[in-house]
Design a protein around this ligand. Structure first.
Ligand code: V47
Length: 366
């Protein structure tokens, strides 16, 4: 029988991880090419334990996707529509108010993302933020991907900095990690040629960090990217984090092919999902949190990922369209009790957090 952790190709990398040394591009590629999932998972779990202890974060949040109309047509997306398509929708401010008012007691975050819609002005977004803060003053608003922000800035003839300052003043607290996809020019040319470049995505995030707006980062994997391109993506994020320390969490997003132009591709496998999460933890040594988005992974694999470097399961979500339009079979939301159960059954300590990872006091024990 093979000895545990005897994978000779990984010995050098293992020694670096155990010594707390930064991994190189070559280490990352070696990990991606290696199928010794348990060794990779063990190393990621070791780093997670040292960094985060046994606490696992979750949040009571609500997602709102205010429009599916999108000028940027990406081959991997089943959500975006041209504005004259039958099932195109855009929520008016009244409808958004109603959705916010329907939010259950106790949520601490609104996560708002949508398409790049030609007719939605900066004033629409400012009003949306103002009314959200008016209805739920204590809630953090994590809204609009870097892609939406760049689109809005260009349309409004403003710089990214000016646009972000106005959105921040209206109530924007933080920016989600979407739209990063894979930074490689080759991949973007193939799957999302009309989208902003990886460098521009990074530059929007850098500006946000300089203005004190914390953000997340993602990578959409499992389509046409190579293993090397995945690692290059992680290294670009790590380099920006070295400069700004503005990223809160990294969330790898497994590609869902149904109803997309790439529907001939297979879904990712559980093996690949766990490897990407674990390698993200190992490469992103300057990120505090690696998040498993259970909506995309399924709650069972998300739970198992807690032993593969993950310390955050996202949250209650309530309603989600982007992944469900692409064939996700998961529920629209989980209850807090379900999330706590997943964490406790993995032998870990559930901690409710807000958007910026402050612990929420458990009011039931006061
Ligand atoms: O930007 C689009 C991706 C993102 C598909 O920051 C797809 O906390 C899989 O960014 N299959 C939106 N993914 C979701 C997102 C997110 C989710 C949860 C938490 C956070 C956070 C961010 O989903 C898009 C795109 O990269 N996406 N189509 C698809 N077919």
């Amino acid at each position: 029988m093979k000895n545990l952790f005897s994978s000779s190709e990984l010995e050098g990398t293992r020694d670096k991880v155990l010594a707390g040394e930064r991994l190189t591009r070559e280490d990352g590629i070696k990990l991606m090419q290696n199928n010794d999932l348990l060794t990779i998972g063990y190393l990621a779990d070791y780093v997670r334990q040292k960094k985060c202890g046994d606490e696992v974060y979750y949040i009571k949040n609500r997602h709102i996707n205010h429009t599916n109309v999108c000028e940027v047509q990406c081959k991997f997306c089943a959500f975006g529509r041209k504005k004259d398509e039958d099932d195109a929708y855009t929520m008016g401010l009244e409808e958004i108010t109603k959705a916010i008012e329907k939010s259950p007691e106790g949520i601490t975050e609104l996560h708002i993302v949508g398409g790049c819609h030609q007719n939605l002005s900066l004033e629409y977004f400012e009003e949306m933020l103002t009314l959200a803060k008016d209805k739920l003053p204590k809630v953090y608003i994590q809204a609009f991907t870097a892609v939406e922000i760049a689109y809005l800035a260009d349309k409004s003839d403003l710089t990214i900095q000016e646009t972000l300052k106005r959105l921040k003043k209206a109530g924007l607290d933080s920016i989600p990690g979407g739209g990063a996809e894979v930074f490689s020019l080759r991949v973007r040319d193939e799957v999302c040629p009309d989208k902003i470049s990886g460098d521009r995505w990074l530059s929007v995030m850098k500006t946000a960090h300089e203005l004190g707006i914390r953000t997340n980062a993602t990578m959409l994997y499992g389509h046409v990217e190579t293993l090397e391109e995945r690692i290059d993506h992680l290294i670009k994020l790590r380099e920006l984090q070295d400069k700004t320390n503005g990223f809160l969490a990294f969330i790898p997003l497994p590609f869902h092919p149904d109803n997309t132009e790439l529907d001939s591709l297979s879904s990712t496998t559980g093996y690949d999902d766990l490897k990407v999460l674990a390698i993200s933890r190992l490469m992103l040594d300057n990120f505090d949190h690696i998040k498993a988005f259970w909506i995309m992974l399924g709650p069972k694999l998300a739970q198992v990922s807690l032993s593969f470097g993950v310390d955050d399961l996202d949250g209650t979500v309530i309603e989600e369209r982007i992944t469900h339009d692409a064939g996700a079979q998961t529920k629209q939301g989980l209850t807090e009790t379900e999330i706590i159960n997943m964490i406790e059954k993995a032998g870990r300590i559930p901690v409710e957090r807000d958007t910026v990872y402050n612990h929420i006091e458990d009011v039931s024990q006061e």
